[in-house]
Design a protein around this ligand. Structure first.
Ligand SMILES: NC(=O)c1ccc[n+]([C@@H]2O[C@H](COP(=O)([O-])OP(=O)(O)OC[C@H]3O[C@@H](n4cnc5c(N)ncnc54)[C@H](O)[C@@H]3O)[C@@H](O)[C@H]2O)c1
Ligand SMILES: [Zn+2]
Length: 345
């Protein structure tokens, strides 16, 4: 199966539309697409802009209207309600109104916290994201979920607030550390099994465009996560458990990579897919340079306990799994099957 990478003239960025009626928006992907910022600001009719940026100021082009740049920091530590309040106060101090816009520039933590601030300020002001990590380009900046953390847990407070445009500038990835590439590739690897197709020998802009096109299709069909959107959690049940079991020693995408291999093994144990499809899970994840085995020292009992607490696990152990009818949520998976799939990983 091949990915629906949009046709385009040479030199033009890839363009994916998130089709949500009058809230539809474009995601542009390619080298230099940040320079489309003034055109996007003009298109949405914003008169003034606050740019919230976790990167050096020269990473965001002049939006072409009166603006202020507010510095931010990436990271889970600052992804909280205190930052939301600080941002909203900076918007108020600048006199930002609903005819203006907010621009975010940074990793997924920054697009999440700025997206939430934009969704709350004046009950919602337009926001344009310039995601700078691979994970933020393929996943966090697209789809309209925003959230911040509480001491009690991650992403517990948020709103759905769709951006008006997303500019995924692949030049922004040049400084990305190796580990953050792996973080993003974990999500791209899992996308292989939910409809993005074979991407591992393709240029990065195409990998991003295909992953975004997949997410855009799913979000357009199920914006608020009441059905189909759960397929995006492929590889995530074990992935989330591994993040917790290692006290976030694994990056999210690294854990999702291992979780994707596991999802293949579990589907195999349950007789849902043949051996070659199980092997494909291993090979795709390995092909992206990701680990395919459980990190040393994690205990299977602990992983099972954590997976039983997963927010999708309302009916026993639940996993998004491949099968004869395609990928679907499978509930009440017998624990013995989970143990068999984990053993030898
Ligand atoms: N809203 C959603 O739908 C959604 C989806 C997936 C993930 N997320 C959220 O996204 C967050 C993870 O995003 P992330 O992995 O980008 O984390 P992050 O924002 O912490 O960035 C990861 C690291 O990369 C660095 N970085 C980012 N861009 C860089 C660049 N161009 N050059 C050098 N370093 C750079 C950051 O400073 C940070 O150290 C999580 O909080 C997660 O909950 C949200
Ligand atoms: Zn994920």
């Amino acid at each position: 199966m091949h990915a629906p990478v949009p046709d385009r003239p040479a030199g033009e960025p890839a363009r994916v539309e998130v089709a949500l009626g009058e809230r539809s928006y474009p995601v542009l992907i390619g080298p230099g697409v940040r320079h489309r910022l003034p055109a996007e600001v003009a298109r949405i009719g914003a008169q003034r802009v606050v740019v919230v940026s976790a990167r050096p100021p020269e990473w965001t082009p002049d939006p072409g209207v009166p603006h202020r740049v507010v510095p931010a920091r990436d990271g889970e530590h600052d992804k909280n309600l205190t930052t939301v309040e600080q941002l909203c106060r900076a918007f108020a101090e600048f006199g930002l109104t609903r005819t203006d816009a907010v621009v975010s520039c940074g990793g997924g933590t920054t697009t999440d916290v700025v997206g939430l601030a934009a969704g709350l300020y004046h009950r919602g002001v337009p926001v344009i994201h310039l995601p700078t990590s691979l994970l933020a380009q393929v996943d966090a900046s697209v789809g309209g979920k925003t959230a911040v953390n509480l001491p009690e847990g991650k992403n517990l407070v948020g709103v759905y607030w769709q951006p008006r445009a997303v500019l995924c500038d692949t030049e922004h990835l040049r400084t990305l550390p190796q580990r953050e590439w792996r973080n993003g590739y974990g999500e791209i690897a899992r996308a292989h099994f939910i409809g993005a197709g074979d991407l591992y020998d393709r240029p990065v802009a195409e990998q991003i465009a295909a992953s975004v096109a997949l997410k855009a299709r799913v979000v357009a069909a199920d914006e608020r996560d009441s059905g189909l959107r759960h397929i995006l959690n492929y590889g995530h049940t074990l992935g989330h458990a591994l993040e917790r079991a290692t006290d976030f020693g694994l990056r999210h995408g690294e854990a999702v990579g291992v979780g994707t291999v596991f999802a293949g093994r579990l589907a195999g144990v349950l007789g849902r897919i043949p051996a070659d499809r199980v092997a494909e899970h291993h090979d795709v994840v390995a092909g992206y340079g990701l680990d395919t085995t459980l990190p040393g020292g994690v205990d299977h009992d602990e992983l099972i306990r954590l997976m039983r607490r997963d927010k999708k696990a309302t009916s026993g152990l639940s996993f998004v799994l491949d099968g004869p009818g395609g990928v679907e949520l499978v509930t009440r998976v017998p624990e013995v099957a989970v143990r068999t799939a984990l053993s030898g990983m």
